[in-house]
Design a protein around this ligand. Structure first.
Ligand SMILES: Nc1nc2c(c(=O)[nH]1)N[C@H]1C(S)=C(S)[C@@H](COP(=O)(O)O)O[C@H]1N2
Ligand SMILES: [Mo]
Length: 351
């Protein structure tokens, strides 16, 4: 078969592979922050880059096929082979997810596997490039032809991504109820019966409601402290919790509006951020104006929150991904600057 007639030149394929992986990494990480439909393009771009990567990997493998014969395998070629297998598996798990696949890996599933395999590709690729790097020198020799082929590839990728939705609907796969974030629906509107997801090792003992206090501190006029009975429960909010591990759940959350807590304490002029701190050390900040509209929920669909979902109080931050919805909140801290350590805290809290 003469791949060269249809495929971009060898150098252009190498650069295309590199660019596609860079886009996939950047957009993959950026999905962590896609909480509102205006950011749907991040996921679209991720998907299209994946569809483009598929034929590029196939062409690359076809061109190097003779170098990976068993008797010609050196250590470096083994590494390249591991990269090829990992990239193919990352693509396969992504496609499988889109068409409703599931996998039971104990606490993890197909989506986790996709993320894990995907995050391995860039380091493996960089390692591979240490040995196999060529200058882009003559990539321009077939410049015009290659540019046209890439334009075609990206267009085909976008079209394929466009038609997967009706295909999913037509054959009614579990991929049909995906949100634009890629997440699938679980237990909406049914009280506490939706998945419990904690980040890494956050697994506290149930909070003793008698001992527990909610304090409002930091750059406030008067610091406040509330017992559970004192927490006003007159705010309610319909919002979707959308976890970055691939599921979402919509509920009616009831509790106290953060804006009311802030009004009761009064905020100082320098106040710009509001940090929500969990009994476990897990914490996250929202800009002051956004925090005002958030709710600290005691109830979900009329039921008292269960321990797993953050009893007695959890943050409901509409438009933010699930990892920002802090559970077991015990402190609302008004600050001037955002604490950078909270990035670390979400990974290590509870360890
Ligand atoms: N304190 C604390 N809050 C947390 C987490 C955590 O590990 N610790 N996990 C977050 C993540 S990743 C998600 S998706 C949601 C899940 O909420 P749920 O367990 O009620 O479904 O809580 C968030 N809040
Ligand atoms: Mo999550």
């Amino acid at each position: 078969m003469d791949v060269g007639r249809y495929a971009p030149s060898a150098r252009a394929v190498d650069w295309g592979l590199f660019a596609a992986v860079a886009v996939l990494l950047a957009t993959g990480v950026a999905t962590m922050f896609t909480g509102t439909p205006s950011t749907a393009w991040v996921i679209d771009l991720h998907a299209v880059a994946g569809v483009v990567l598929l034929p590029l990997v196939a062409v690359k493998l076809w061109r190097v096929r003779r170098r990976v014969a068993p008797d010609r395998l050196t250590g470096r070629r083994m590494l390249s082979l591991v990269l090829a297998v990992d990239a193919t598996a990352a693509l396969a798990t992504g496609v499988w997810w889109i068409f409703g696949g599931t996998l039971d890996l104990g606490p993890w599933g197909l989506f986790h596997l996709h993320v894990g395999l995907g995050l391995l590709v860039p380091p493996l690729l960089l390692w591979h490039l240490r040995y196999r790097f060529h200058s882009p020198g003559n990539v321009t020799r077939h410049g015009r032809r290659d540019a046209l082929r890439y334009a075609g590839l990206v267009t085909a990728g976008a079209l394929l991504w466009r038609v997967q939705r009706p295909v999913n609907d037509a054959i009614d796969t579990a991929g049909a109820d995906r949100r634009y974030t890629g997440s699938r629906e679980e237990g909406s509107g049914d009280g506490n019966r939706f998945p419990v997801t904690s980040w890494v090792a956050d697994d506290p003992d149930p909070v003793d409601a008698g001992q527990w206090r909610l304090s409002v501190t930091g750059r406030v006029g008067t610091a406040r402290s509330y017992t559970l009975a004192d927490v006003p429960g007159d705010a309610s909010e319909e919002a979707i919790l959308d976890c970055t591990s691939g599921w979402y759940s919509g509920h009616e959350w009831r509790g106290v509006a953060v804006g009311d807590l802030l009004d009761a304490a009064g905020t100082a002029d320098a106040a710009a951020w509001v940090q929500f701190r969990s009994v476990t050390g897990y914490r996250w900040s929202l800009p002051l104006s956004e925090a005002r509209d958030a709710v600290l929920a005691t109830h979900v669909d009329g039921e008292r929150l269960s321990h797993g979902h953050g009893f007695p109080l959890r943050l409901v931050a509409p438009g933010r991904r699930g990892f920002q919805w802090v559970k077991w909140v015990e402190e609302v801290r008004v600050t001037r600057r955002r604490e950078l350590g909270e990035w670390l805290a979400i990974f290590v809290s509870g360890v």
